[in-house]
Design a protein around this ligand. Structure first.
Ligand code: 15L
Length: 276
């Protein structure tokens, strides 16, 4: 599998977020030109190399997203709401935002999107069950639902317009690069493996529309993504198990939805009564 960059100009959305901060520097080496984007305020605070172009953008603003994608060959799309919460902000940033992104990609000639989807697309499955990318989705809330929409629009734009997407159902990546609790012994994605995975998703050829779980080589993993990883040339090197003695005791009460289902804590958030 080649690691040669396929893309000249890569856009990183959500660049000021936790994953964006991990990925910005390694992505510089994966393309000729990297543009960093996020909401204006966090982007202004971002400590990035002066050579990296920064463009603030609201994903819900169609005209701004259209301008953002001018000349962009590939997008690593991390932008949007990253946690479970009320529907309206998720609707704007994740659903409308994704529609804006794919429409802009179609009109501007962008060829590939690496989409930060989420394990919460299938968070409704029981923990311990082996879950694969082609299992029926079981979103665990508004956030998981928005990621499912993202995968849907990615599939549509691959079929109709030839825009390739690798949808990465990312597990648990944290700022301190450690699994925070027992659940994350299954779902953890180390920073080094995140970088490997995104590089692979950018450099694999002819991916069409592909869904892969984004986790490390965890002994307790309940996702089986081997086929998709093979297609990408992703080979995780880290394993959450070495943290087990420190975090095994950190868990929700046995039998609670948060302990039962793969979505973990998100199963305990909401409903939000927004339409009342
Ligand atoms: C995600 O998709 C979220 O963005 C992040 O906040 C974590 O909660 C993670 O999933 C997880 O499931 O651990």
């Amino acid at each position: 599998m080649t690691q040669q960059p396929l893309f000249r100009h890569v856009l990183l959305t959500g660049a000021a977020g936790m994953l964006g901060r991990v990925l910005a520097a390694p992505l510089v080496a994966a393309c000729e030109r990297l543009t960093l984007s996020d909401l204006a305020e966090p982007l202004a605070r971002l400590d990035a190399a002066p050579s990296q172009r920064r463009v603030p953008c609201e994903l819900a603003d169609a005209a701004a997203v259209h301008a953002l994608l001018e000349g962009v060959d590939a997008v690593v799309h991390l932008g949007g709401v990253a946690v479970e919460g009320p529907f309206e902000p998720i609707l704007q940033a994740n659903i409308r935002g994704l529609h804006n992104l794919y429409e802009a990609a179609r009109r501007q000639g962008t060829r590939r999107i690496v989409f930060a989807s989420s394990n919460h697309v299938t968070g409704g499955y029981e923990q311990g069950r082996t879950t694969r990318p082609d299992d029926p989705p079981r979103p665990d809330g508004n956030y998981g639902l928005s990621k499912l929409f993202g995968e849907g629009i990615a599939s549509l734009y691959a079929d109709r317009h030839g825009i390739e997407t690798v949808a990465l159902r990312i597990g648990t990546a944290t700022a301190d690069d450690r699994p925070p609790d027992r659940r994350a012994l299954a779902t953890w994605l180390s920073h080094a493996d995140l970088i490997r995975l995104v590089r692979a998703a950018l450099s694999a050829r002819d991916v069409g529309f592909l869904v892969a779980y984004g986790i490390s080589d965890n002994t307790r993993a309940w996702y089986d993504s081997r086929e998709a990883w093979l297609r990408l040339g992703y080979s995780p090197q880290d394993n959450a198990e070495r943290f087990a003695p420190e975090v095994e005791h950190i868990a929700f009460p046995a039998g609670s939805p948060m302990a039962r289902f793969q979505g973990g804590s998100f199963m305990g958030i909401g409903p939000f009564d927004e339409t009342l």
